[in-house]
Design a protein around this ligand. Structure first.
Ligand code: TGC
Ligand code: FAD
Length: 390
């Protein structure tokens, strides 16, 4: 991946501002320098490479669109997307860490938190001094988070939190967790739970074949006393966590393009060099069909992400539009990864190339932040007006 060139078949660069390009190129250089050389080893060992945290902060990956007064990078939504694209070119698990920190931890604190909470947490999250995680999914409530059973009771001077969350990115090392739980009336609220609070533990989930360079775990709350000032007061109900998901899903729509670009770029170069039957396999119609379809799909995904970014900058992107882009672009990437793997033949299954790692990672990406099916049902509901979830 050293000579990586980003495919830009439709001159999409012309749609970007100088700032977008500067931000993207800085992220790209950092990924080449700091992620590509170490990521295969981290994934093989199933370890999150903590040494990259300060670099992620430096390229603006923690809170790209959070205002600078709170430590964020103060960038627009397209810059945010481009940063996610470049990071995911390196690895979806690293992008996960950035997505969670930015859109699922900093975003709710910024949007739903008090001024004290913003000042206390956001600058440290932006610099990577604090790492955060987001607890919505439960063992019995994945696609249907509204059914959650994690709950808290008002005990006068504090809340008492009980329950469990599952599949939580960053949980094993997070300093704080944004946790969604029901009050005594069954209304969902967001609470900031800090590591070290008695009764709070974060066991790691092992044996994943996907997102191996990202740490995943549970959040267990056994009579955890949460100070009242840790409740985020400015929004409640399921729409509060779903609002965070809108922002993360948007970033994933861009991120998946990065993974696809890396697979395409690797496969194209391999196909031009690999000779069988006395000619490069790139000169065969079957492999050209694969490669031509890949660049077509990447180009469509780029245009979709860019347009969605413009809408998001204008505050006009709907949740359903975001679902469509997340679903389309992740499926596009996973299909490209599978095809690219075949172009490399046996070499495609080794860690010498990034493709199989991307392919396995994307199995998580197509499941988390709303499964492929759920996003289709969101589109279905949007166009018909009839929810088909139940
Ligand atoms: P429904 O009745 O449709 O909605 C409940 C309330 O929420 C509002 N709402 C939204 N608000 C903001 N943004 C959105 N995207 C919203 N979608 C809905 C809605 O207006 C309503 O508000 P109100 O005021 O009327 O109460 O809710 P439902 O229970 O029928 O569920 C709808 C459904 C299935 C679409 C939703 O539950 C869903 O999206 N499920 C998928 C769950 C999911 O995505 N989980 C992700 C967990 S986090 C994660 O995976 C992180 S991985 C991170 C990484 O490593 O990168
Ligand atoms: P289920 O909801 O049980 O779904 C199983 C299958 O049934 C899926 O194919 C689904 O599409 C289908 N299905 C469900 N409902 C319907 C329906 N109504 N109609 C038709 N089909 C349906 N969550 C967090 O809160 N925070 C995190 O940081 C986080 N990180 C994650 C990291 C990883 C690596 C993974 C794998 C998951 C992570 N998740 C996280 C959880 C993720 O969001 C859930 O896995 C996802 O929402 C799906 O829930 P589930 O796994 O319980 O599957």
């Amino acid at each position: 991946t050293d000579n990586f060139q980003a495919p830009d078949y439709y001159n999409i660069d012309e749609l970007l501002t100088d700032e977008h390009k500067i931000v993207r190129d800085a992220a790209r250089e950092w990924v080449k320098r700091e992620i590509s050389p170490i990521i295969e080893d981290a994934a093989q060992k199933a370890e999150f490479p903590k040494s990259i945290i300060s670099g992620l902060a430096e390229i603006g990956a923690f809170g790209p669109y959070i205002p600078e007064e709170y430590g964020g990078a103060g960038l627009d939504q397209i810059s945010y997307g481009l940063i996610m694209q470049e990071i995911e070119r390196g690895d979806s698990g690293v992008r996960s860490t950035a997505s969670v920190q930015s859109s699922l931890v900093m975003f709710p604190i910024y949007k739903y938190g008090t001024e004290e909470q913003r000042k206390k947490y956001l600058p440290k999250l932006a610099s990577g001094e604090f790492m955060g995680c987001f607890g919505l999914t439960e063992p019995d409530h994945g696609s249907n988070p509204g059914g959650m059973t994690t709950n808290f009771k008002d005990k006068g001077d504090h809340y008492l939190l009980n329950g469990a969350k599952m599949w939580i990115s960053n949980a094993p090392f997070a300093d704080i967790a944004v946790v969604w739980a029901k009050d005594e009336n069954g209304r969902i609220h967001g609470l900031i739970v800090e590591r070290g609070m008695e009764g709070f533990s974060t066991p790691e989930t092992h044996n994943k074949w996907s997102l191996r360079a990202s740490a995943t775990g549970e959040l267990i709350f056994d009579n955890v006393k949460v100070p009242k000032e840790n409740l985020m007061p400015n929004k409640s109900g399921l729409g509060a966590p779903l609002g965070c998901l809108d922002s993360a899903r948007y970033g994933i729509a861009w991120g998946a393009i990065g993974a696809a670009m890396d697979c395409y770029d690797t496969a194209l170069r391999y196909a031009k060099e690999r000779v069988q039957f006395d000619k490069p396999i790139a000169g065969t119609q079957l492999q050209q069909k694969k490669l031509a379809e890949m660049i077509t799909e990447i180009t469509k995904a780029q245009l979709m992400a860019w347009r969605l970014g413009v809408l998001k900058n204008e505050g006009k992107a709907t949740s359903a539009q975001i679902s469509m882009a997340k679903r389309n672009n992740v499926e596009m990437a996973i299909k490209i990864a599978r095809e690219a793997r075949q172009i490399l033949g046996g070499m495609g299954i080794t860690g010498e190339y990034s493709i199989m790692r991307h392919m396995m990672n994307l199995e998580s990406v197509i499941t988390y932040e709303g499964t492929h099916d759920i996003h289709l049902l969101i589109t279905g509901m949007d166009i018909t007006g009839i929810p088909a979830f139940q």
